[in-house]
Ligand binder design. Structure first.
Ligand code: BMA
Length: 377
């Protein structure tokens, strides 16, 4: 880890980090607790996430290098970098529509671009986190199509859509197995499937399947991917923000199947939204800190953000003080949609919170790409 060196006049000066490089030979290790076989780099990533809180927490942004406000697909561009001079330490991606064999994901990013940007982020030493807003296999609708019940039942073994779902996972496995660095090594990613399942807005959500079915779904996904050579994943468990540990853990598939404990939490747009957000974040982060210790797992805020950032001081007055007290490995804010007005969560040059974001960036605890030497060795 490289420390930020401060200068009063110039803000933060950064010393560049080294990127891991090694032989092309792929080495795998068996994790003694989970029994799963993963590449050495993936095991190193897990250790890096576990030790991260000793230095600070990484900042992440969804789709960061693929597009932003007023641009789409430019090379080496990032709204975050345009504001503070560095890439986020975590880039989030979504593989929704990979299951259909499409060329582009549900937000119109070419999968080839996602692959290239994942490689670039890995070479910078940073983390890639991957979610999956996949379509509804029973109705053909999208991830939010919850009109028809029994979708999870239909894809479990014995269900009418089981074979179809296996073919979808096959396409997912092919993509994940294709993530290789120029030296031939597979690139580890943090996979965050079946997220926000304690709510009911996705077809895999709480009121659309039983806890037992949800756990089976998770295990089936994990076991299918491992048996199809996907040895470069860590798994993130990522419910919505629930008030109690019991709600958080109700559908937990088990320590063997999960590597990181996270949660998604957004403030509501109401005027009192900030207070509600502070209370909820504090509640979840308090029990998550304890759970992380009990289960020996790193913890993270896997999604958050204030849509359109109308509060110019949100970064240092709301987000940072909330996170400062807890041993999280990272926080990720959602995407800067170029196609939906006011659907953005990171600043861009000239945005109302841009200067405040630079202050947030200048905190020694907030870690961006150049602060990370390498997560993989
Ligand atoms: C949601 C919104 C959608 C998007 C989806 C998956 O929160 O940003 O516009 O399609 O995430 O990225």
């Amino acid at each position: 880890m490289i420390k930020k060196i401060r200068s009063l006049a110039m803000g933060t000066v950064l010393v560049a980090g080294l990127v891991s490089c090694g032989s092309a030979k792929e080495v795998t290790e068996v994790d003694s607790r989970s029994g799963s076989i993963r590449t050495t780099e993936t095991e190193h990533l897990l250790k890096s996430l576990q030790s991260m809180p000793a230095k600070g927490f990484m900042f992440g942004h969804q789709d960061d290098t693929a597009y932003g406000i007023g641009w789409d697909g430019d090379a080496d561009r990032s709204d975050v970098k345009s504001v503070c001079g560095d890439y986020p330490a975590v880039c989030g991606w979504d593989l929704g529509h990979i299951e259909l064999g499409d060329d582009k994901n549900l937000d119109k990013i070419p999968f080839e671009r996602i692959r290239q940007d994942i490689i670039a982020q890995y070479l910078r030493g940073g983390l890639n986190s991957v979610s999956w807003h996949l379509n509804n296999p029973l109705t053909g609708g999208d991830a939010w199509d919850v009109k028809t019940e029994g979708v999870v039942t239909s894809i479990l073994p014995g269900g009418a859509k089981h074979e179809l779902f296996l073919s979808w996972m096959g396409k997912l496995a092919t993509f994940l197995n294709s993530l290789t660095a120029p030296d031939g090594k597979k690139i580890p990613v943090l996979f965050r499937p079946w997220h926000e399942h304690t709510g009911s807005w996705f077809w895999w959500g709480k009121s659309h399947c039983t806890p037992q079915e949800y756990k089976e779904l998770w295990k089936m996904t994990h076991d299918y991917l491992s048996s199809h050579g996907v040895n470069n994943l860590l798994y993130a468990y990522s419910p919505g923000s629930e008030k109690t540990v019991d709600e958080y853990m109700e559908r937990y598939p088990g320590d063997k199947y999960v590597d990181l404990l996270g949660f998604d939490c957004y403030p509501s747009a109401k005027p009192e939204g900030t207070d509600e957000y502070r209370t909820l974040m504090t509640t979840v982060l308090t029990y998550l800190t304890q759970l992380g210790k009990e289960h020996s797992k790193p913890i993270a805020v896997t999604e958050t953000g204030l849509e359109a950032l109308p509060m110019a001081t949100w970064w240092t007055e709301v987000l940072f003080p909330l996170l400062d007290k807890y041993p999280i490995s990272y926080v990720l804010v959602w995407r800067n949609a170029r196609e939906k007005p006011n659907h953005y969560y990171a600043p861009y040059p000239g945005q109302a919170s841009a200067n405040n974001f630079v202050e947030f960036y200048n905190q020694s605890k907030t870690l961006f790409c150049k602060d990370i030497k390498s997560l993989y060795k």
